[in-house]
Write a protein that binds this ligand. Structure first.
Ligand code: ADP
Length: 547
């Protein structure tokens, strides 16, 4: 017997119409650069998204067409998110920090017919225009008429102004109803190992993910919350925040392109932000600014950090100096992106001091809806004892089933498990901790050493700004850890004193065999350490130094 409940499709447009109807005056604030802000509301955003849908129809956009964006977090990007998905087209966010060659590949592979770009990305577009001219018919620059850049595009590709189109548009659009499994948005992985792959979200997966990230034990979003996603809308849907804020009626504060500590502190305090989200590098920049300026955070209570492991010093410094909780989330493009969040259960509430920090280093418990397991090299499930680490597998309604262009189910096994490529432990309370990317783990004499654990210890040294641990080939042990460190400005790193930090913290055989001091470390387009490059640069280090 089937249940007798209504089948209303879970559509992204319903998030926006809900926000407009019930939280119409809730704010959407965007930084415009040079200290200025643009203020609008959820009500106005819904009206303008309908207008934009009409504009896009006028440009010939059809259901399931891909609309690429190269843009920062601001109100125009938000309008594009909702207009494209709402009209049954696909919002394809592109990471402008990728290599131009990868961007051209992605636009072409996705088959974007329209590209919406911030004016600052005009030179980038100019550089790849010849390579995407068979796909892209229209480039819309997200600015007013006065801000239009001079851009010489190949024949057949037209250049239009967003504000001019919107001024001439009409609001008489009505959001259509269609199957909730329809594709809504597309985002490519960063492709640090091979070509980027497209993850194709659906309306259903996006709406369910929005419900999950809004939960109290995740972002705890309410109509009284004011959320600033530093995490970019150009990658992994800004962790679902543009959708979850509409769902809950929370105010959305969009920081634009200035993400330095001073600009962020100003925006956070001026806009009375209660919660903000981003990668550890951003919070290190904010911390440095707060320390040097003496400024405080007046209203921020919690910071969600993810994308790479947060070092302990970050968690301690924000807690002890600024009264702000840094909370770990974990996810990936293939998970829409959030999979776990570190919120306490009753046993963790009383933790304080070092055990509390130790616990907060974990990436957290799964969001309800996500199923997780860790397996050994033969696919056998490992126990949740917080010690044994294995390959992390997940499944759930917002986990990728197949990559764009591939058949459904081709990205996971027969039981729907998706191999994340991360290596993790899970403790008895269900808290997962990433110990490595599977390709970054160091295999020494048949045993595994976690590079992240070693990096976290190195960055707790007062002279170290950043650290990377990579596997270097070793004549006896196959691989041994090599520690690469960047000194803090004005400091000198003494390798022995860094190595002393490991005493008592890890098994002796985990100790890096050598320390190399560098001026800087390479990063990916999403701010992660570019370990592939470091590995290829240093893989023979011990071969050369061991006689
Ligand atoms: P990319 O940006 O490189 O395409 P994603 O944004 O999808 O990839 O990043 C996913 C990966 O980032 C995860 O598989 C994991 O290795 C890493 N990651 C994400 N969150 C965390 C976290 N909180 N701690 C450690 N690593 C994380």
């Amino acid at each position: 017997m089937l249940g007798l409940m209504q089948q209303r499709p879970l559509l992204i447009s319903t998030l926006l119409t809900h926000a407009a109807r019930h939280h119409g005056s809730a704010e959407v604030v965007s930084a415009t650069g040079s200290g200025g802000v643009y203020r609008t509301t959820w009500g106005e955003t819904e009206r303008r998204a309908r207008r934009l849908a009409r504009v896009l129809q006028g440009l010939g956009v059809q259901p399931q067409d891909r609309i690429g964006t190269l843009a920062w977090n601001d109100y125009r990007h938000l309008e594009i998110y909702y207009a494209t998905s709402g009209m049954q087209a696909i919002c394809h966010t592109i990471n402008p920090r990728l290599a131009p060659d990868d961007i051209a590949y992605i636009v072409d592979h996705a088959g974007d017919s329209v590209l919406c770009i911030d004016p600052g990305f005009a030179p980038l577009l100019g550089g790849i225009a010849a390579r995407i001219k068979d796909t892209v018919r229209t480039v819309v620059v997200m600015t007013d008429a006065a801000g239009m850049p001079a851009l010489d595009l190949p024949g057949g590709m037209r250049l239009l102004c967003y504000d001019t189109l919107m001024d001439a548009g009409s609001d008489d659009y009505a959001w259509p109803e269609f199957d909730e499994n329809t594709a809504s948005a597309l985002c490519y992985t960063s492709g640090t190992t091979g070509r980027p792959k497209g993850v194709l979200y659906s309306h259903r997966s996006t709406v369910i993910h929005a419900y999950a990230v809004a939960l109290p034990d995740v972002l705890d979003m309410r109509a009284t919350s004011r959320i600033l996603p530093v995490v970019p809308m150009f990658h992994v849907n800004a962790w679902g925040i543009p959708y979850a804020t509409a769902l809950t009626g929370a105010a959305l504060v969009l920081p634009g392109r200035h993400l330095d500590g001073a600009s962020l502190a100003r925006m956070l305090n001026q806009e009375r932000v209660t919660m903000t989200c981003g990668v550890p590098t951003i919070w290190l920049g904010l911390l440095q600014h707060l320390r040097s300026s003496g400024e405080k955070l007046a209203t921020v209570k919690r910071i969600m950090t993810g994308g790479s492991a947060a070092p302990p010093l970050l968690i301690e410094a924000f807690r002890d100096e600024f009264g702000v909780a840094i909370e770990h989330g974990w996810g990936m493009t293939e998970l829409s992106p959030v999979g776990t969040y570190n919120a306490p259960k009753p046993p963790q509430v009383g933790l304080s001091g070092e055990p509390a920090v130790r616990h907060m280093l974990k990436q957290g418990r799964v969001l309800p809806g996500i199923d997780m397991k860790i397996v050994d090299g033969d696919g056998r499930e490992l126990p949740w004892d917080g010690k044994q680490f294995g390959d992390l597998m997940v499944r759930g309604p917002w986990v990728c089933s197949g990559y764009f262009g591939d058949p459904p189910g081709s990205a996971c096994d027969a039981d729907g498990w998706f191999a994340t490529g991360d290596v993790a432990t899970v403790d008895a309370d269900g808290y997962m901790e990433i110990t490595d990317r599977s390709k970054d783990v160091i295999k020494s004499g048949g045993e595994w050493i976690s590079s992240i654990t070693l990096e976290n210890i190195a960055v707790s040294h007062p002279d170290v700004a950043e650290a990377a641990v990579v596997a270097a080939i070793h004549p006896k042990w196959d691989e041994r850890p090599l520690l690469l460190v960047v000194p803090r400005p004005g400091h000198t790193v003494d390798p022995d004193s860094v190595l002393n930090m490991y005493q008592g913290q890890v098994a002796k055989w985990w100790l890096p065999d050598a320390v190399v001091v560098l001026d800087e470390l390479p990063h990916t387009a999403t701010g992660k350490l570019l370990k592939t490059e470091l590995r290829s640069r240093y893989r023979d280090y011990y071969g050369k130094t061991t006689t």
